[in-house]
Write a protein that binds this ligand. Structure first.
Ligand code: GDP
Ligand code: IMO
Ligand code: MG
Length: 427
């Protein structure tokens, strides 16, 4: 387990930040693989709470190198503000490395993100409006600007000029005001000066760390069901958060990934639109939302809540190579009288244990559940599996049975200390 991938196994917000921070206490390197400031990763320790959006969650361990990899899209202003916030809150000893190949998010990406959503009569995705989709689209369209270009003044001047011609034309076609070249150049050149000290070829850095047998954690953002390829397309984000995508996103060989830890809520949540087969009735959803503070870290939107979906989990396992589970927010289920786990979908009279590819089918899929009795005891202070109430133990065992995966870690509260490791991870 020298190189462990942390992957969201549902629709995001599973507790990836918490697990990354916890394991980062023994990691030499933590790498944010993809996504941008659409992510919100919460870390709680010593009475302090941090919500990180771009910077890796290993930043609280001064001995850990933190890498923002080439698969990321970086909003310089937001990233620099986050860095400033950390410094102001006493996190001053940091090791940060930013990939010269990561793409830069510009304000026109944010405007276009909002505009494309507004233009859709039906099928709004409910994006975070952080410009993520338009930035990755420019990358694929080969008109994006990378960090390595941003920090070279002459290169940046030319790149911005040619890109802005196209982007301003796109904005005008949508009836939106264009951006002024000179002021954008000035603003981003200032960010470039502040970012430059952190920029390097992070693929070289990571491959050197691998040679040294360093312990490396890869922190995914979002979740497998939001994957551009394997999620509930088109209600997805614009990158691939799967374990399989890590090697491409960070610039290492696939054979260097040793294990994949799927982070999984003890139930399911989803922010934004799109199919959600196990979504529960609003009364129970409300109870869980309040207990689990299920409001988006980035947009503050209330999260939709549902039962655990083992069909979706097995899909995530398959496409992402998950071989361990971390079960999070278990304490939130205390006092829920009956717990349900979806083991199959019924669709057009057929029983399915795989996820259909179209949203239309997934919307019609009827979840089939196993039911288990809940527990009433407060579990927020337990320190072992054996201390959990019997019904809670049975719930964990059922999840292991339905997914054929070991729950190697579980979490009974937001704090770093409320983490129980059943078998050593990142050895
Ligand atoms: P991420 O995006 O996967 O890092 O997850 P978020 O930070 O967006 O959302 C997870 C939320 O659950 C955060 O508010 C965490 O502080 C909180 N959390 C994590 N683990 C636990 C837990 O075991 N119990 C409770 N009650 N809250 C938790
Ligand atoms: P973390 O890393 C939950 C969702 C948005 C929207 C869809 C597309 O904190 O788990 P985007 O802005 O990416 O184009 O939005 O994806 N989404 C997330 N949901 N957690 C996240 O990140 C998310 N990042 C994007 O709500 O439905
Ligand atoms: Mg989050």
């Amino acid at each position: 387990m020298e190189r462990l991938v942390i992957v969201g196994s549902q629709w995001g917000d599973e507790g990836k930040g918490k697990v990354t921070d916890y394991l980062a206490q023994r990691a030499d390197v933590v790498v944010r693989s993809q996504g941008g400031n659409n992510a919100g990763h919460t870390i709680v320790f010593q009475g302090q709470k941090f919500a990180l959006r771009s910077i890796p969650s290993g930043i609280f361990n001064p001995k850990t190198k933190n890498v923002m990899a080439s698969g990321m899209v970086i909003h310089p202003k937001q990233m620099l503000e986050e860095l400033q916030m950390l410094k102001e809150r006493g996190i001053t000893e940091i090791q940060l490395y930013i990939s010269d190949r990561a793409h830069v998010v510009f304000p026109y990406h944010e405007v276009l993100d909002g505009a494309y959503e507004a233009l859709k009569e039906n099928g709004k995705i409910g994006t975070t409006k952080r410009g993520i989709g338009p930035c990755y689209a420019d990358k694929a369209n080969r008109i994006g600007i990378r960090i390595g270009q941003l920090i070279q003044p002459n290169v940046f001047k030319e790149a911005l000029k040619s890109t802005l011609v196209i982007k301003n034309m796109e904005l005008r076609m949508l009836g939106l005001p264009p951006f002024d070249y000179d002021s954008l150049l000035k603003e981003y050149s200032e960010y470039a000066e502040r970012i430059r000290p952190y920029v390097c070829d992070t693929s070289v850095l990571l491959n050197e760390e691998i040679e040294k047998h360093s312990k490396i954690l890869f922190e995914g953002a979002q979740g497998v069901m939001l994957c551009l390829d394997h999620g509930t397309y088109p209600y997805v984000t614009s990158s691939s958060p799967t374990g399989s995508s890590v090697s491409l996103n960070v610039g290492i060989a696939p054979r260097y990934i040793t294990d994949v830890l799927g982070i999984c809520k003890a139930y399911t949540t989803r922010v934004g639109e799109g199919p959600f087969p196990t979504e529960m009735c609003e009364d129970l959803a409300e109870q869980i939302r309040e207990r689990g503070h299920e409001y988006g870290t980035v947009t503050k939107r209330p999260r939709r809540v549902g039962y655990l979906d083992a069909v979706a989990l097995n899909h995530a396992k398959r496409v992402s190579g998950i071989n361990h589970l971390a079960l999070m927010l278990l304490d939130v289920l205390t006092e829920v009288p009956v717990l349900k786990i979806c083991y199959a979908y019924r669709l057009d009279g057929k029983i399915l244990t795989t996820v259909p590819s179209t949203v239309e089918e997934l919307m019609r899929a009827e979840p089939l559940y196993v039911e288990l009795p809940g527990w009433k005891e407060d579990i927020s202070r337990v320190s072992s599996f054996e201390e959990l109430p019997k019904n809670c133990q049975a719930y964990l065992k059922k999840i292991e049975e339905l997914t054929s995966l070991p729950i190697s870690l579980f979490s009974v509260g937001p704090d770093r200390m409320q983490t129980i490791e059943r078998e050593p991870l990142l050895k």
